[in-house]
Design a protein around this ligand. Structure first.
Ligand code: UT7
Length: 329
């Protein structure tokens, strides 16, 4: 398969809330330790959304930065794709709220639900839309406020998640730079291993269901871990195959930041050494759909990623969903 890009990133931005939750803070809430969390996950801190802040506020802040970085007017945005599983309300989409907040009134907007793989799903969908010729400036945002659906009585999950947002503006490629390939897959048979059972049609928010804490994240950590290692390794290898790139062509691997051990295993499978692997899990924890665009924005702003570099993105999440992308900066 050829690797001629149809869309490229012309701007990026990110945002994390001010409040920080440390491993030491968590030690006071549940039976855990800084040592356990760091050894098993690589996490030290995570940022937590303020009481008066919403998912759309975080997304809008990241989006506005990406628009400014692209040097375009908000009026030029003709499509907004938001990857999130922790939106503001049941409906309408969080994208509608973000559209209002940033004032992108000439855009079509919608959310996609693919959990931690959402940003890569968003890149694939946005690129396909740009390829139709109908859209010129597309915002793709990964945003999550998982702290709002985290059970701070469950030590198996509450140490893992943080909040934040990352955004990119995509435009038609110049033919050299841009998204070389994307790859997305799912396996709905494994939906029970990581989910929020409550609040949908299965378990509406009755007093009884809320008392049973069904509105919180449930995860079979060890099982998810095994599937994540396999699927992310496969996705990393697959994107190299689809693009014809070799491991040594990759300047940087940005893996979904769910667990340092999973990131290491993915890099190893793809033949990418540790110096070319971006890590910020220590600062943010697992921010689900925000994790990759947040890291991508940081890597661009820090100059870790430079013009002409190849970055490979790999993600895995609830569903299960997984995927990868290769981008020439
Ligand atoms: O983002 C979407 C994808 N998500 C992921 O990829 C997450 C995948 N899973 C993981 O990252 C890991 O499975 C966890 C970090 C969630 C857990 O690490 P683990 O090495 O798989 O631990 P475990 O679940 O096998 O538990 C080992 C022990 C258990 O105790 P026993 O049964 O051996 O006595 C747990 O009860 O660690 C215990 N434990 C804890 N101890 C201290 C579980 N959570 C904690 C905790 N603090 N927070």
């Amino acid at each position: 398969m050829k690797a001629t890009p149809t869309s490229m990133i012309i701007g990026s931005g990110s945002y994390v809330p001010e409040k920080i939750l440390t491993n030491q803070d968590l030690e006071k809430i549940v039976d855990t330790s800084d040592e356990w969390i760091q050894t098993r996950t690589g996490m030290k801190l995570r940022h937590i959304i303020a009481d008066d802040e919403n998912t759309s506020d975080m997304a809008a802040k990241a989006a506005s930065k990406a628009i400014a970085d692209a040097g375009i007017s908000v009026n030029e945005i003709d499509l907004i794709v938001i990857a999130t599983i922790s939106g503001d309300v049941g409906f309408p989409s969080t994208a509608c709220y973000v559209q209002e907040l940033i004032g992108a009134h000439d855009a079509a907007v919608f959310d996609i639900s693919a959990a931690c793989s959402g940003f890569i799903y968003g890149l694939e969908i946005a690129t396909a839309q740009i390829a139709t010729g109908k859209y010129q400036k597309v915002l793709v945002i990964g945003v999550e406020a998982l702290s709002r659906m985290t059970d701070y009585k469950d030590r198996n999950t509450c140490v893992l998640f943080g909040d934040g947002a990352g955004a990119v503006v995509l435009a038609p490629s110049d033919g050299k730079k841009g998204i070389l390939q994307t790859y997305i897959r799912s396996d709905g048979r494994l939906n029970q291993l990581l989910h929020v059972p409550g609040f949908g049609t299965k378990h509406p928010p009755t007093h009884e269901n809320v008392d049973q804490r069904l509105h919180y994240i449930r995860m079979e950590g060890r099982e998810v871990f095994k599937h994540a290692v396999k699927a992310m390794g496969d996705a990393a290898v697959k994107i190299l195959k689809l693009t014809g790139l070799k491991s040594e062509d990759v300047s940087l691997l940005i893996s979904h930041q769910a667990n340092l051990r999973i990131i290491d295993a993915t890099a190893k499978r793809a033949g990418i050494d540790a110096e070319r692997v971006y890590i910020n899990i220590d600062k943010y924890g697992n921010t689900s759909a925000a994790s990759i665009p947040l890291a991508l924005d940081e890597a661009l702003k820090e100059g870790v990623l430079k013009e002409n570099d190849i970055v490979v993105l790999v993600a895995f999440g609830a569903g299960f969903t997984w995927g990868s992308a290769a981008i020439r900066i």
